[in-house]
Design a binder for this molecule. Sequence first.
Ligand SMILES: C[S@@+](CC[C@H](N)C(=O)[O-])C[C@H]1O[C@@H](n2cnc3c(N)ncnc32)[C@H](O)[C@@H]1O
Ligand code: SF4
Length: 378
Amino acid sequence: MRERPFGIYVHVPFCAVRCGYCDFNTYTAEELGSGVTRDSYADTVLAEIALARRTLPDNPPVETIFLGGGTPTQLPAADLVRIVDGLGQAFGFAPGIEITTEANPDSVTPETLVTLRAGGINRISFGVQSAIPHVLATLDRTHDPERVPDVVRWARDAGFGQVSVDLIYGTPGESMDDWRRSIDHAIVLEPDHVSAYALIVEEGTALARQVRRGEIAMTDDDEMADKYLLADDMLAAAGFGWYELSNWARDESSQCRHNVLYWQSANWWGFGPGAHSHVGGTRWWNVKHPSAYAGRLTAGESPMHDSELLDAETTRTERVLLESRLRTGLDLEVLDAAGRTAIPELVGRGLVTDTDPLVLTREGRLLADAVVRALLPD
Ligand SMILES: C[S@@+](CC[C@H](N)C(=O)[O-])C[C@H]1O[C@@H](n2cnc3c(N)ncnc32)[C@H](O)[C@@H]1O
Ligand code: SF4
């Protein structure tokens, strides 16, 4: 475990509104049911931290923490700070630790941002998604886009050195010009980091039902590709470099170190309902529902639902999947003989560089799934 950096994820499963496209493990107040409350959530997570401390007596200092969701900022800021303090006491922090929280633009105030920053949280990722009211409405997003510049300014005033914004492209009804204006809106905020995700229709969501009933039509693949390239062009012109398929940073110091730690298959412990952990070659995940999670911890039991020991082939497959998406690329030694034989054709089609590590070209980034399939033949 000491060979690789150690990170911590804390899942906060609460949202004000459930966005129609989202299948994350998160609940509105009405959906939550009995057995768990937002008020008691920090103490429940602290109980899991105490249990983990006993299970993991000797860990390297924590390099990164990511408070994700759901919407972490649905919790009182002081509760998030208590969780961070508990993690520091239990596991110890490395100098220069990165501590990120996700936030929706309508779930923070100047005061809560000051509390979060004073409590050691030094990176914030805002779910901006779009600048266009009709696109935000289709996505069920609740914030007013005109508030976003204020929110980013409050974060800067509170002392956040690293500010990221999340965007989504390909929402039904979003024109190319809508998307251009959304990227512009993000650039004008002068963030340090931008994530731009293609809207995925997840099974079981309200969006999937609307698409199935023919009420809305999903954006076709060609338009998705054009939107990706537009984002890459505009972000590059504004000084951002891609470092993972969907992520651009001002420079290396603005990359999300926590996500890089995932992509490089390092060690992380996930706290909270449904959270996944990956430590020392074992993966495990917690019970999914917040009531079940709280119930286990109240009874003094581990909230783990199941686990698996990762064999060498699974680890190798995951490395291909994750590292091929990075600008630092995939070491050829990770490929087996069959995967290596696919390289000349991929190079010929202009999808990957003829180098070790192998890196996706711009064209290759549009067809990353096909590249991975070729590198991992069954
Ligand atoms: C799960 S959210 C958590 C943070 C916060 N609640 C928010 O919405 O910004 C993290 C990111 O995942 C994105 N996301 C969730 N479901 C998605 C989907 N089906 N397709 C693309 N992006 C998605 C969200 O829009 C958001 O930017
Ligand atoms: S996208 Fe974010 S705000 Fe919307 S339901 Fe998912 S976690 Fe909640």
